[in-house]
Design a protein around this ligand. Structure first.
Ligand code: URA
Length: 241
């Protein structure tokens, strides 16, 4: 037996707190009975409905998070740093799709769908990821060409990238650069810039495919809609060669 709100939360439908709100609002039915008080317990055999819709058992969940700085993208950390899954209020065991560095901010997807994660991180999925980087120094036309054409990292040339300089600040000798890549090698963006002689001072991922974090403040997240999940699946699959 488990508490009704826990059953709702662990199905991936919503967080435990929101599940409690749903119960109190009279929107939850167990078998034939509306349950609108907290503390009710259900067994595996009980059927739970929310707004007359039967709750599945292990639904897949997908979150888009605007990762803040100072968070690790692993599911545990021996140095006791904040781990990314702790930022999401869910009972479902989720994991990040790919990694952002400890000091990198921006868009990251978390899910319990292994197939989705594998597809998206597969080397043949050509999903575009756009980053905005603050770098030391300026990019000469030659450096821009090299970054766009591909630089050698770990003995392998990176795939073609889109690179656009937004502005150069003479006073601080720094540039803001947009870079769009399809791959996700370890420290890829930082190493690409280092390869042409510019250190990355700040890095933020603005978008993954059509998903961007324009409406999410740092630390904020939202669930992907079923349509977005379908579109992401097809985007990642179509990238396959
Ligand atoms: N490239 C990097 O160097 N770091 C990230 O976090 C993501 C891409």
């Amino acid at each position: 037996m488990e508490r009704l709100q826990k059953r709702i939360a662990s199905s991936g439908y919503t967080s435990r707190r929101k599940a409690e709100e749903l119960i109190l609002a009279g929107r939850v039915r167990v078998n034939d009975e509306i349950i609108n008080t907290l503390g009710y317990k259900v067994s595996d055999k009980d059927k739970v409905y929310i707004d007359d819709e039967l709750l599945g058992k292990d639904n897949k969940v997908y979150y888009l998070l605007n990762k803040p700085r100072g968070v690790v993208c692993t599911t545990d950390d021996d140095k006791n740093r904040t781990i990314i899954t702790s930022l999401i209020d869910t009972d479902v065991r989720i994991f990040p799709v790919g990694r952002l560095d400890y000091d990198t901010t921006g868009a990251i997807i978390l899910t319990n769908d292994g197939e989705f994660a594998n597809l998206l991180t597969s080397p043949s999925s050509n999903v575009l990821k756009t980053y905005v980087a603050k770098i030391k120094g300026a990019l000469t036309p030659d450096k821009l060409f090299r970054l766009r054409d591909g630089v050698v990292i770990d003995g392998i040339k990176t795939k073609k990238a889109k690179v656009k300089v937004k502005r150069y600040d003479k006073n601080t000798d720094t540039s803001i650069v947009y870079i769009t890549i399809t791959e996700g090698k370890y420290h890829q963006v930082k190493r690409m810039f280092l390869e042409v002689g510019n250190e990355v001072l700040k890095l933020k991922r603005e978008s993954i495919g059509f998903l961007n974090i324009n409406n999410l403040a740092s630390k904020e997240y939202r669930m992907l809609t079923p349509k977005e999940v379908r579109q992401m699946y097809s985007l990642a699959k179509n990238g396959k060669k």
